[in-house]
Design a protein around this ligand. Structure first.
Ligand SMILES: [Zn+2]
Length: 73
């Protein structure tokens, strides 16, 4: 089974407001795709980084909607 090695996401450090790339993360609390009141579909899940932030050393947690995918996904 081939695992995509180039799946990089852009994360932002909330402490220092700097961006960094990471590929080690875990999706949890995944409730699937939801539709909000405006009719926009979003994935309702959270992402936990499995590597320490290069700026502050913490393992940040984000909502999927906060993430920026470099591939425009
Ligand atoms: Zn940080």
């Amino acid at each position: 089974m081939n695992r995509e090695k180039n799946a990089q996401f852009i994360f932002v450090c909330p402490k220092q407001n700097k961006f960094f790339e990471g590929s080690d993360f875990t999706i949890f609390e995944n409730r699937g795709v939801i539709t909000d009141k405006a009719g926009n579909k979003t994935l309702d899940a959270k992402v936990k980084i499995d590597q320490p932030c290069p700026f502050c050393g913490m393992k940040h947690v984000y909502h999927v909607g906060e993430l920026v995918c470099p591939f425009g996904g």
